[in-house]
Write a protein that binds this ligand. Sequence first.
Ligand SMILES: [Zn+2]
Length: 474
Amino acid sequence: MRYEAVIGLEIHAQLRTKTKIFCGCSTEFGSEPNSQTCPVCIGMPGVLPVLNKRVVEFAIKTGLAMNCRISPYSRFARKNYFYPDLPKGYQISQYELPICEHGYVDIVVDGVKRRIGITRIHMEEDAGKNIHERDCSLVDLNRTGVPLLEIVTEPDIRSPKEASAFMRKLRTILRYLEVCDGNMEQGSLRCDANVSLRPEGSEEFGTKTEIKNINSFRFVEKALEYEIKRQEKVLSEGGTIVQETRLWDSERGVTFSMRSKEEAHDYRYFPEPDLVPLVVKEDWIEEIKSSMPELPDEKLKKYTEEFGLPQYDAELLTEERPIAEWFEEAVRLGGAPKEVSNWMMTELLRLLNENNIEIISCRVTPEHLVKIIKLIEEGKISRNIGKKVFADVFQTGKDPEEIVKEKGLVQISDTSELQRLVEEVLKNNPKEVERYRGGEQKLLGFFVGQVMKASKGKANPKAVNELLRKKLSS
Ligand SMILES: [Zn+2]
C-alpha cells in the first residue's frame, strides 16, 4: 500500500524584545546564569505579571503577515506542569482565545505553489534551562519569561521538503518583520513536528507522533524522512502507531520514544487570574499594519512582474530583506534590474559568502555598483576589469571611478595603441599566423586572448577582434 504523510508544525519563535514578557528583566543571550531574573520571572509568591506591550505588537505584526484574523479579545491561560526549569509550576500561555487565528502562508516547492494554513499564533513565556552535569543538574532562569510566539499550522504539509520550505519561509517573514532573529542553532526558532501516515486517497487521519528537538533546517527534513520511513515500516508489517512524543537524535539520525504524548487536559489549563483579558482596538491594528515593511511575497511579485526578473533571481534576492533593499536601491539609482541582479548573484553574494560578511556591513554600496555598470556600458572598462574593480571596492570601499583612474584601468580603444599590440602578438606567433591563413579560423580566439593578455585585460575586445581579422586577412 502507498501511504501519504500528513504533517503539521508547531514553531516557537523567540521575540526580539529588550525585556521579558511580564517583567523588566533583560532578554539578552549569553549572560551569567541567573543574572537576568527578578521576583516576577522566578515565580516568587505575591508578585504580579505586567504584560509587555511590544510583545503584543510583535504578535499582531506576525499575525497580519501570515494573513490571520487578529482577535479583538484574547486571554492568557495557565498551563500547569512540573519541571525544574519552570519555577512557578505553570507557564503563562494562551489557550482558548489566542491573539491570531485562521491564517495562511504560501510556499513554492519544485515550482508548485502550496498554501499552508495557520491554525493559530499565540503569546507565551519561555521556561528556563536545565544544564546537566555529571552528578547534578543546574537551572539557569535567564530565559524564564522571555517572550515566545507559538505558531501552529494546519496538517496541510505533505512532505519533508514542504516542511523545510515552510520553515524557511516562516523564518524569512519573521526576519523581515524584525520580530525574531530566526537563529535555529541558537534556539530562537524551534520546531516540533506532528506526523502521521494514511493510505493514499484516504481522508481520515492516522495516529500521529510528535517529534521534538529539531534544531536546524536540514534536520527538519531529515527527522521527518526518518519518522515517515519508520511509521511506514510499522504499518506495512501490520503494526499500529503509538501516539507518543519522540526526540530527534541528530548524531544517530533517528527519532526515539521519549514519553507517551500528553493531552491538553493533562495540563489543566485555566484562565490566568493575574492578567486582565487583552483587548486590541482596531485603530492600533491599523497603525501596526501601516508600519509594516513590504513582505517577501509582494516583493517577489514586483520583481518578476515589474522588473522582469526570472523566478529564480527573484526568490534569491527576496530571501533576506537587507539584500532585497540593496537590490531595489541599485535599481532606483538607475541600474537595469537584470544587470544588477546578475552582479549581485555572482559577485556580491559570492564575496559576502567567502568573507563571511553580512550585506549591512558590506563596503560596496548600490551606488558603487551602478557606477561600475555605467563604466562598462560607456566602454571605459571591460566587464572583466569591472569585476576586478568590484572586488577592489569590496575590500577598500573606494569609489570605482577613482580605482579605475588610480590603477590606470581605462580600456584601450585607441586604435594606434591596439594596432601596436596586435602587430606584436602576430610577430611573436608566426606559426599560428600561418595555420590561421591556412584555414584554421578558430585560432582567432587564441590571438584575441594573447592581445588581451598583453594589454593586461584593458584592451577593448571588440576592437581587438576587428583589428585582428583585418590584419590576418591582409
Ligand atoms: Zn524578571
